[in-house]
Design a binder for this molecule. Structure first.
Ligand code: KIV
Ligand code: ZN
Length: 560
């Protein structure tokens, strides 16, 4: 044998001229078939027990699958009994079709017919392997011998159809290992099966073309599908299904390009469980369509619930970075990403946009039942936008100019802690730094009233302020409450501050509604400093904000 990479045989392309699929676009959902309970289940260290399979089946129904491959009933008594329980226990809704897998072998086909008795809708899925490699090393048969296996099975199945009673039965045939089968031969064997089973445009057969082992790039596989669709004699009597595995890590792309190339149906599993590297992940496929404005007809609006049942039943874990479902996929650590997300969310709010236009988030996390809050996590890499975003998610809309100041405070706290901060820690810092900040001055009593005469109106402030020298009564008059308060402060020598900007908003609704005021002052060195005040009266909130800013400035000078 050759050494290293040289011992591998490169994939042989199907010859196709003027391929059409690259210009196509996915505009509608395919027919979905979940193979979680068969392909997925057979790849588990501990296959699901009856209870787990029933619960998983219910989940698949809840998500919206109308075709579900439930097992391989002729393979073992357990599989047989589980199928009987699904049928006899009344777990299968009338609009759901169960699918059962069987090899092209007489005794297994007969047992499968017994197993499906009493079911309302069934797809009987039979298969045999067709690839050049399997013909050579496993079956030691030529193409004619392999075709005979499929044709004999189709004939037997057709004969047994009379035994199914009231069951609506449809058929699916898979040339297993299609991905390694010469395309012209795959077409030939499938046409023979169609003829033998008697499929018609009104009673189509599903032809399932598996990339049993994914062995080429997705574009090459799409070529195979286009070739197959264009060359099948009885194309109008067949539903073309694909069943991608993920050996090269490109199962999703293979499925998507195959849809462009003419496939009508997809078999796959939730989160891509399945043999080896898994089957194609239907969650990702469906949500990829969703993100392009195409209704996938599958409901993943509570992805955490789907994930929980999946993880419990399979003992597999959904990776943190798994598209749409992973713990971290709606999280931005990088400062510039946080800032852009923050701006996107703000833009959406301000413009009342009809479309989702938030950078870095391909879908709205709320659409899969995820929350905004964990989108932004704060660590020392995070920028000013991240901290502001977290505060906004908690109901505090910090003015833009304050983002820098508060962002720096949070960054320093992260550096000191050496870890990321969660939302509650960010809020605690905000409270300590602004709302509960105590310093040299405290406003003990305050009263603001307006007086007007023919010459206009004036606002009067009267109050008491606690200073290091004790309580001092202060009063002042001005154009508004803030102006009047500044005049009052000047009367006891607090005159180093210039008022710069002010913003406010309500922070709770209902009877106990409060207002928060953000005040920006400039100290005598020309540095801007913020203060925050909360009170049920907006005037009082601003006065508290002014004292807060002054106290913070004095404290920072003391520290230096
Ligand atoms: O991957 C495969 O080829 C299969 C077939 C049985 C459809 O699972
Ligand atoms: Zn498979």
């Amino acid at each position: 044998m050759k050494k290293g990479f040289e011992k591998y045989i490169p994939f042989k392309n199907v010859e196709i001229k003027n391929r059409k699929w690259p210009d196509n676009v996915i505009t509608k959902a395919p027919v979905w078939c979940s193979v979680d309970l068969r392909d997925g289940n057979q790849a588990l260290v501990n296959p699901m027990n009856l209870e787990q399979k029933v619960e998983f089946f219910k989940l698949l129904v809840e998500v919206g699958f109308k075709e579900i491959e439930v097992g391989f009933p002729s393979a073992s008594n357990t599989e047989y009994e589980i199928l009987r329980e699904l049928i006899e226990g009344g777990h299968i809704p009338d609009d759901v079709t169960i699918q059962v897998l069987v090899q092209c072998r007489e005794h297994l086909i007969k047992r499968t017919f017994e197993a499906i008795k009493g079911a309302k809708n069934v797809i009987l899925h039979f298969y045999n392997s067709t690839s050049a490699l399997q013909r050579k090393v496993v079956f030691h048969k030529d193409k004619a011998g392999i075709t005979q296996i499929a044709v004999d099975a189709a004939r037997l199945i057709k004969q047994m159809e009379s035994e199914v009673g009231d069951t609506n039965i449809r058929y699916e045939y898979s040339p297993e290992s299609f991905s390694g089968t010469e395309c012209d031969y795959a077409v030939e064997i499938c046409d023979r099966v169609i003829e033998e089973i008697g499929a018609t445009p009104d009673n189509k057969i599903i032809l399932n073309l598996p990339s049993t082992v994914e062995c080429c790039t997705p574009n090459r596989f799409a070529d195979m599908i286009e070739y197959f669709c264009d060359n099948l004699k009885h194309r109008d009597s067949a539903i073309i299904s694909i069943h991608p595995h993920n050996d090269r890590g490109t199962g999703i792309a293979t499925a998507e390009l195959s849809l462009l190339a003419g496939a009508d149906r997809i078999e796959g599993t939730l989160f891509g469980n399945g043999e080896r590297t898994g089957n194609v992940d239907i969650v990702t496929l469906a949500l990829n369509m969703y993100s392009q404005g195409v209704d996938p007809h599958l409901d993943f609006s509570n992805i955490n619930h789907v994930k929980k049942i999946y993880e419990d039943a399979t003992s597999m874990k959904v990776h943190e970075r798994h598209p749409y479902a992973g713990k971290l996929v709606f999280t931005a650590f990088s400062g510039s990403h946080q800032d852009a997300i923050n701006k996107g969310v703000q833009y959406m709010r301000e413009t009342d946009s009809d479309y989702w236009e938030v950078p870095y988030l391909p879908i709205d996390p709320a659409d899969v039942g995820r929350e905004y809050e964990p989108i932004i996590r704060i660590n020392s890499q995070s920028g000013k936008g991240g901290a502001a975003f977290v505060m906004r998610s908690l109901g505090y809309d910090l003015p833009k100019k304050m983002h820098v100041e508060f962002g720096d405070i949070i960054k320093k706290a992260c550096d000191e802690a050496g870890t990321e901060l969660d939302a509650s820690e960010v809020f605690k810092i905000f409270e300590d730094e602004y709302i509960n900040f105590t310093g040299k001055y405290k406003l003990v009593k305050k009263s603001v009233h307006e007086e007007s005469d023919e010459s206009g109106s004036k606002v009067h402030f009267d109050g008491t302020i606690l200073t290091p020298d004790g309580e001092r009564a202060i009063s002042g008059v001005g154009n508004g409450p803030i102006d009047a308060f500044f005049t009052a402060l000047k009367s006891i020598g607090i005159s180093d501050y210039e008022f710069m900007s002010y913003s406010e908003h309500a922070i709770s609704s209902g009877a106990d509604s409060k207002a928060v005021a953000y005040i920006e002052l400039k100290n005598k060195e020309g540095k801007s400093i913020f203060g925050v005040g909360i009170a049920s009266n907006i005037n009082h909130a601003s006065l508290k904000g002014i004292i807060c800013a002054i106290n913070r400035d004095l404290k920072s000078k003391e520290r230096k």
